[in-house]
Design a protein around this ligand. Structure first.
Ligand SMILES: C[S@@+](CC[C@H](N)C(=O)[O-])C[C@H]1O[C@@H](n2cnc3c(N)ncnc32)[C@H](O)[C@@H]1O
Length: 469
């Protein structure tokens, strides 16, 4: 029995039974099973493939088994998903994929269903991906159901993504976006400003890193950004030999969102900045470095004490300069009192996370449209509280890692209606100025929406709002 397949199966169960995050459960299981590098890579591919493509594979399994997925025992279904991934997306020989799956079923599932697993997987292996696409199309109830199954996205997510693209006049890009969600992104690093080294110099240094099979390139839209072409990010960071916390794993869209606030305009001396929803602290780290350069003070707030601790760790490069507190961002304590005012506030609000589906393969199946109303009210309340603490002339950045219109444009339009004294600034122009390369920002609104398929970033939304002096 292949240990990598057993580990992959166990992680699928962790995700299902314990609501575990695959990216946390997988390394732990790999360690416990003492998998070598090759088996660890195989387990990783199996887990991310089976989770990401779950919608597609379940439809194919239903067609091959002539039975609804909901009527297949969940242990057997996971064995079939892993088998389907080997047959349809990996180079595993068909007989090996089928035999290993039957063995796995005997070991972890109902042995009496081993014949069923054998039959279903043989049927899946007999047809190509193109054939399965045709069969999915022929059995689908409408174009959305077809695309949702083929591209493995829940229907409501697909419609939300299409609405967001349509608002920019780019509905035709939906297929590219879904494909980008289904591809494993490269790891990006941020090299915090103020270090003695910039991204280009770090790339040059990566000749040392190259020997460690972890090649860094100064590519991507963030001026702080490095991309890892392969290998272990921790080794790449260690090989740069920089002070702790200066090089950090971070999506380049997140880097740009933080820079949009700090670089929207020249800071005056002694400004006060606040990161209201800071955990786990990725953007706080960028803001801390920017604040240190600008001579600004930074306060970071995070409602969860555990995540506030992560924020403290994230600013270790500027530990004494950032005040980290833990309160509900709707309460005055988060700001240090009712009278406290800030010159710049980042509201990186809790959101559905639909912009980062490519990084968390299980996330799309966990979100529910019913999560939205609670999130959008919280976003509105956090924004109202932040606005109340914005100094005259102050700047607020509203950021989400979701392109869902209810969390992005609609939230900003509502905020501006509630507070007619506020003025929206041209976030698109700011991002164009800050970015290392020209960004393809579509639509005719002042806010900016980044996209994985266009910008190579998570789908971050950024709006900049000013309280006129
Ligand atoms: C999108 S995440 C922020 C990501 C972070 N800015 C970064 O770049 O690492 C939103 C954060 O808001 C926190 N949060 C949720 N409700 C909150 C509230 N009422 N007040 C303050 N923070 C809250 C969540 O715990 C979560 O850590």
């Amino acid at each position: 029995m292949s240990p990598a397949r057993l580990v992959a199966y166990d992680v699928l169960r962790d995700v299902e039974d314990r609501d575990a995050y695959a990216n946390l459960a997988l390394p732990a299981r790999i360690r416990d099973a003492r998998l070598d590098g090759r088996d660890a890579a195989l387990a990783t591919e199996l887990v991310s493939g089976a989770l990401r493509w779950r919608g597609r594979y379940d439809r194919i399994i239903e067609l091959a088994a002539d039975r609804e997925a909901s009527r297949i025992d969940s242990r057997t279904l996971n064995v079939l998903r892993l088998g389907a991934h080997q047959l349809l997306a990996m180079r595993t020989a068909d007989h090996a994929a089928v035999n290993e799956s039957v063995e796995l079923q005997r070991r972890v599932g109902n042995p009496a269903a081993a014949g069923f697993v054998n039959g279903v997987l043989r049927a899946i292996g007999r047809a190509s991906n193109e054939d399965w696409d045709d069969r999915i199309a022929a059995s689908a109830d409408g174009a959305d159901e077809r695309l949702a199954a083929q591209a493995s996205h829940p229907g409501w997510v697909l419609r939300a993504l299409r609405d967001a693209l349509r608002a920019e006049g780019r509905e035709a890009e939906l297929g590219e976006l879904l494909a980008a969600d289904n591809a494993s992104p490269r790891v990006s690093l941020a090299l915090l400003p103020g270090a003695d080294i910039d991204a280009e110099a770090a790339e040059a240094l990566s000749s040392d890193v190259e020997r460690a099979e972890a090649v860094l390139t100064a590519t991507g839209p963030s001026p702080l950004g490095l991309e890892l072409a392969g290998g272990d990010p921790a080794r790449a960071i260690a090989a740069l030999d920089l002070p702790r916390g200066v090089a950090r794993v971070q999506d380049q869209g997140s880097q740009l969102a933080a820079l949009a606030l700090s670089r929207a305009r020249e800071p005056r001396a002694g400004e006060r900045w606040l990161d209201l929803c800071a955990g786990p602290g990725g953007k706080t780290a960028v803001l801390a470095a920017e604040a240190a350069l600008a001579g600004s003070e930074l306060r970071a707030n995070e409602v969860s004490e555990h995540r506030a601790e992560l924020v403290r760790r994230s600013v270790e490069a500027h530990a004494d300069e950032v005040e980290v507190v833990s309160h509900d961002g709707r309460d005055d304590e988060a700001y240090g009192g009712a009278q406290a005012r800030f010159d710049r506030i980042l509201v990186d609000a809790p959101c559905s996370g639909l912009g980062a589906l490519r990084r968390r393969p299980e996330a799309r199946w966990r979100k529910r449209p019913s999560d939205l109303p609670e999130l959008t009210s919280l976003q509105g309340e956090l924004l109202d509280a932040a606005v109340a603490h914005l100094a005259p002339g102050g700047l607020l950045a509203y950021v989400t890692c979701s392109p869902h219109l209810a969390e992005t444009r609609v939230a900003v339009d509502r905020l501006l209606r509630r507070h007619p004294d506020l003025r929206e600034l041209d976030a698109r122009a700011v991002l164009q100025r800050v970015a290392r390369i020209p960004l393809d920002l579509a639509g005719d609104r002042l806010s900016a929406q980044l996209w994985p398929h266009r910008d190579g970033t998570d789908a971050m939304f950024v709006s900049l709002i000013e309280r006129p002096a």
